[in-house]
Design a protein around this ligand. Structure first.
Ligand SMILES: C[C@@H](Nc1nc2c(c3cc(-c4cn[nH]c4)ccc13)C(=O)N=C/C2=C\CC1CC1)C(C)(C)C
Length: 329
């Protein structure tokens, strides 16, 4: 006969004012789900409110069957690992507060980036004034430095997954495409030892390729994904903030890939000279020759030093009030 199951002791939250009480694991019932705010290919992001605290969060919901059927399990695991690795970085990233699941779905409770996608602002004003572009490129570079210092390569950086928080500071989101380098490979951004010409993570078959307009030629050609892939995307994003469109664009991805590999792009009339110079130093076919590829340590000194960043206060930018994003006449 079925032995009577011992009554399960539900953990009561015994706490005095001194102790921080241990939450019982959250479930979807602890949140009021609101509008859909983002739609990825394997996930949907909802605005949600915690019924106990009234705080707003973004909750990313993934259908388990969908993930398993499309062999995306390792992407979900990497995203969670990357978000956990970045939890203690105070600025530049959405935070993962907790995860839980039910029969059908996985839930990620994340910070709500109240002002949404950077892309929305670029499209709204057409293109950014130079001081606005400079500010957000600087915050993006600082976030990239933090990620790369931990051996996290984003691999799909684009204005759609660069978000703005309630104070209009930048937050990188969507880590479903990251590659996390093994600890022994977390060295300076590029080879410090001459014979190790290729700190790239040379994987025979790269199953993942980013969004066509921002994918680097090294990822396309010799199927190598390195931190420098993100520096290529940075070059594309700078170009797009200032001109309103990404440098490589065509009617389909294949034609876009061809343009990238032929470096077939040009600068519109009036594109500021210093911004042009910086973009030209990042959109370099050879990933070891991109500005920043030879920097050692945890910062991209050679990029920070570029005249484009004249006047940026690297130590205090996250505390500063971001410049107004107004239409560029
Ligand atoms: C990039 C992502 N879109 C989004 N992901 C997140 C948002 C988010 C917010 C708005 C928004 C806010 N106000 N108006 C629009 C628009 C798009 C968003 C957020 O607040 N918090 C965390 C997010 C993502 C966390 C990430 C680890 C998964 C895609 C397109 C993939 C769905």
């Amino acid at each position: 006969s079925q032995a009577a199951a011992a009554p399960v002791q539900t953990p009561t939250s015994t706490h005095s004012s001194k102790e921080t009480y241990r939450h019982t694991k959250r479930t979807a019932k602890d949140y009021i789900f609101g509008k859909l705010i983002g739609d990825g290919c394997y996930s949907t992001v909802f605005l949600a409110k915690d019924i106990h605290t009234g705080k707003e969060y973004a909750i990313k919901v993934c259908e388990k069957s969908h993930i398993v059927r499309n062999q995306k399990v390792q992407y979900i695991k990497r995203e969670k690992d990357a978000l956990n690795m970045l939890f203690n970085v105070p600025h530049g990233f959405v935070k993962l507060y907790c995860t839980f699941q039910d029969e059908e779905r996985l839930y990620f409770v994340l910070s709500y980036a109240k002002n949404g996608e950077l892309l929305h602002y670029i499209n709204k004003v057409g293109s950014f004034e130079l001081n606005v572009a400079k500010f957000y490129v600087a915050e993006l570079l600082l976030a990239l430095e933090k990620m790369h210092a931990k051996g996290i390569i984003h691999r799909d950086l684009k204005p759609e997954n660069i978000l703005l928080d309630e104070n209009m500071h930048l937050q990188i989101a969507d880590f479903g495409t990251v590659k996390i380098l093994e600890p022994e490979k977390i060295k300076s951004p590029t080879p410090t030892v001459p014979e190790d010409q290729d700190s790239a993570v040379r994987s025979r078959k790269i199953s993942f390729v980013g969004t066509a307009q921002y994918v680097s030629p090294d990822l396309l050609q010799n199927r190598v994904d390195t931190r420098a892939s993100d520096l290529w995307a940075l070059g594309c994003i700078i170009y797009q903030m200032i001109s309103g469109l990404p440098p490589f664009r065509a009617s389909n991805d294949f034609l876009t890939f061809q343009k990238i590999q032929k470096m077939d792009y040009e600068f519109p009339e009036g594109f500021p000279a210093e911004a042009k110079d910086l973009v030209e130093k990042l959109l370099v076919l050879d990933h070891t020759k991109r500005l920043g590829s030879s920097d050692t340590g945890d910062t991209y000194e050679s990029i920070r030093r570029h005249p484009f960043f004249e006047g940026i206060d690297w130590e205090n930018i996250w505390e500063q009030t971001p410049p107004k994003i107004s239409p560029y006449l």
